[in-house]
Ligand binder design. Structure first.
Ligand code: PNW
Length: 483
């Protein structure tokens, strides 16, 4: 069922696991600032922060042991930009940060585990936020310099790169809702600008890799896009059908069309934002969704594979047109609403309905819409809230069912090249702090040594991997098949 060389992985992100927030000359990131800001209640569950978290900065070898116990072929991790470049620029390099990631990468390679490395997973150096952050057009150049620095330092051993993780979440939660760092709330304006600059930054970094590193390093570069699978609430309603189409355009399409289709935003998104901008007479500006300059679309068609983070599904209904009552916001632009089907079980958090089948549908949609690209499922997981159950039978079932759907998608002809569970470890779940646990390993955050204990789902995942991964001698001598 699974092609040879299929990547069996688990994923983490720097701010969520590392701790060591000011160790060894690391610069502060926007998440350090966001969590430490005093006098503003309710940002993060119980005012928690990632100062120590799993302490992977000091306890990396424990993580490596977890990776090995699962028998992973791949490990997806992110680099802390401010640990490598404390002020965000290549003007100041922190050798201790470089050494840390070299240790991690070398250990993985020595254990025959391929690293997939994300350059940016929500933790912008605060120094760059102070220069305008992702709202500033300068970010494309700054990100490109950082990306080149990382390709240069680590690209001899890292063959799979993700430039930016979930630009949607950075834009929407960070700059529309303000529930993530940097906590900006400028509805209907800032998120579009941020998304735009992230697309430009990704394109610049991809071209740098392509022209300066690819021939020597032979790797592949993409960006990780999150999306729900969606269906019209009433399949017979024309309003709900177009609402579902808009919903997908505003999440996956926002970034996937520019990169994998036309080099520009999806028509359903463009027309919705333009129409609402005109209706609300927005400050004399034609639209709040920026346009690409003449040469940009040609530069945008830039990814070597499709990286998908899938968690859940939605039924979508129309909100009835011109919901101007919300004022200027993405919600009023979208004019559609996602609801849960009552038959879907929930896991932990309110947004996460368990719908494994949605992944197969979404993979099929990607195959049809974006010309059958190679796909890595770069995140997928199940959370626990409240009492810890090491014997997490529901999560076991979830992974079985979901991996079965991935197999079905492969049967359908989708070129799925790998699957990464979110997450290797329980960790700092952003605004939910440590109250939400996604790990294949439980972490006891009350003990200094942050002991890791395998959940039953970790054991089950290890069994699935052992059944499917090729034997130790199978692919010897062959170059790793990335795409
Ligand atoms: C992803 N939401 O982000 C991230 O890539 C991970 O860092 C994160 O831990 C994981 O999903 C689980 O949540 C999201 O609130 C963060 O809708 C928040 C949301 C969705 C995705």
């Amino acid at each position: 069922m699974f092609p040879s060389g299929f990547a069996w992985g688990a994923a983490t992100a720097a701010y969520q696991i590392e701790g060591g927030w000011d160790s060894d000359d690391k610069g502060p990131s926007i998440w350090d600032t966001f969590c430490h800001r005093e006098g503003e209640e309710g940002r993060v569950f119980a005012a928690q922060n990632g100062d120590v978290s799993c302490n992977s900065y000091e306890l990396w070898r424990k993580d490596l042991q977890c990776v090995q116990e699962l028998g992973l072929t791949h490990y997806r991790m992110s680099l802390s930009w401010a640990r490598l470049l404390p002020d965000g620029t290549t003007g100041t390099v922190n050798p201790k940060g470089v050494r840390y990631y070299n240790t991690v990468i070398n250990d993985l390679v020595a254990c025959n585990v391929s690293p997939m490395v994300t350059l940016y997973h929500f933790d912008l150096p605060q120094a760059l936020q102070d220069r305008g952050g992702w709202k500033s057009p300068d970010m494309a150049t700054l990100f490109d310099s950082y990306a080149r620095f990382c390709f240069e330092e680590f690209g001899d051993r890292v063959k799979l790169w993700i430039t930016i993780n979930e630009p949607y979440v950075c834009a929407k939660l960070g700059h529309e809702d303000g529930s993530h760092a940097p906590g900006v709330k400028q509805p209907g304006v800032a998120a579009y600008l941020v998304g735009h600059n992230m697309l430009r930054a990704h394109a610049r970094a991809w071209h740098s890799y392509d022209s300066l590193f690819r021939s020597k390093q032979n790797g592949a570069v993409s960006l990780a896009l999150n999306s729900d699978w969606v269906e019209p609430l009433d399949p017979a309603s024309a309003g709900d059908i177009s609402a579902a189409e808009r919903f997908l355009a505003f999440t996956l399409g926002w970034f996937a069309w520019p990169v994998f289709a036309t080099g520009d935003y999806p028509p359903a998104m463009r027309s919705a934002v333009d129409a609402q901008s005109a209706r609300l007479g927005y400050g004399g500006v034609d639209s709040r969704l920026p346009g690409f300059s003449e040469d940009e679309p040609a530069l945008l068609g830039t990814a070597d594979f499709f990286a998908l983070n899938y968690y859940t599904s939605r039924k979508v209904r129309s909100r009835g047109g011109g919901a101007g009552g919300d004022g200027v916001s993405m919600k009023s632009d979208l004019d559609a609403e996602g609801v849960l089907d009552p038959s879907w079980p929930l896991c932990g958090v309110s947004w996460l309905a368990v719908v494994p089948r949605g992944l197969r549908n979404l993979l099929g949609y990607i195959k049809e819409t974006f010309n059958n690209p190679a796909v890595y499922v770069t995140e997928n997981g199940f959370s626990q809230v409240g009492a810890v159950e090491i014997d997490d039978v529901q999560r076991c079932r979830f992974y079985h069912d979901t991996i079965m759907e991935v197999a079905e998608a492969i049967e359908d002809g989708v070129r799925v090249r790998g699957y990464f569970a979110w997450s290797l470890l329980d960790n700092f779940e952003w605004a939910d702090g440590f109250s939400v646990r996604f790990g294949l390993f439980h972490v006891d955050f009350s003990e200094d040594g942050r002991p890791r204990t395998m959940y039953r789902s970790g054991r089950e995942y290890a069994k699935i991997i052992a059944k499917h991964r090729p034997g130790p001698n199978a692919d010897k001598g062959k170059a790793e098949k990335l795409l």
